[in-house]
Design a protein around this ligand. Sequence first.
Ligand code: ATP
Length: 262
Amino acid sequence: MTSAVTIPRHGGTGGRTAVAARARQVLKAYGSGETRVVALDHVDVDIARGQFTAIMGPSGSGKSTLMHCLAGLDNVTGGQIYLDETEITGLKDKKLTQLRRDRIGFIFQAYNLLPTLNAIENITLPMDIAGRKPDKQWLAQVVDTVGLSDRLRHRPSQLSGGQQQRVAVARALAARPEIIFGDEPTGNLDSRAGAEVLGFLRRSVDELGQTIVIVTHDPVAASYADRVLYLADGRIVDEMYKPTAEGVLDRMKDFDARGRTS
Ligand SMILES: Nc1ncnc2c1ncn2[C@@H]1O[C@H](COP(=O)(O)OP(=O)(O)OP(=O)(O)O)[C@@H](O)[C@H]1O
């Protein structure tokens, strides 16, 4: 088993620490007594700022739970989660809602677009709700990079699945959150649209310095990441830097074979 890698806390990151999010001894259990399930078993992990991280592992290994705990969408049973220097575990609901709104972006498999709003209205909605004015230049860059400039007045029903997901990606990026979390962000897309969205996420890391964490089952999606974390039975059991799809697939086969013999 590999232990969590600790990244230097201070780097050339404009005053922010080099670690965007941290989990320390995070325990998450559901239920009690005989039905108690330990979804996360004392997880330690550092998510590096400006990197693309993919979380992989078999079904039920705790991937979504880890992402939800890191994003402050779910409470932990024990341990601490930090976003930059802020401990989010223990924050009251109102503060947590505010923190998620102001500092975190989300991309889900169901795009969660509002059907009555057009693309640009959906993209700026979180900022409108927060009462923040979008940075026009930045917004134009995001819209241009996702290739939506000629679709901004279209409603979600007038867009393809890939285009809708690109609206969801643009919405997450537009507010320049410290970190973006994606749960199977390309799960509903065909391989061409999926590649487009993943290519865009990759560019936003390389060109815009965005920090991204996704949960995926797909070795091709994971190959866009800088680092893959492997979960099994609620623990981080391995990691891979600069993954290739073949390398990820081989590692998954190893785990399956070990799982069958243990
Ligand atoms: N609300 C819940 N109540 C009870 N048990 C839960 C709940 N949510 C998750 N679990 C359990 O926690 C464990 C981890 O679930 P989680 O959804 O994080 O796994 P996963 O790796 O994301 O799975 P998948 O790849 O199938 O989405 C599983 O055993 C699951 O059954």
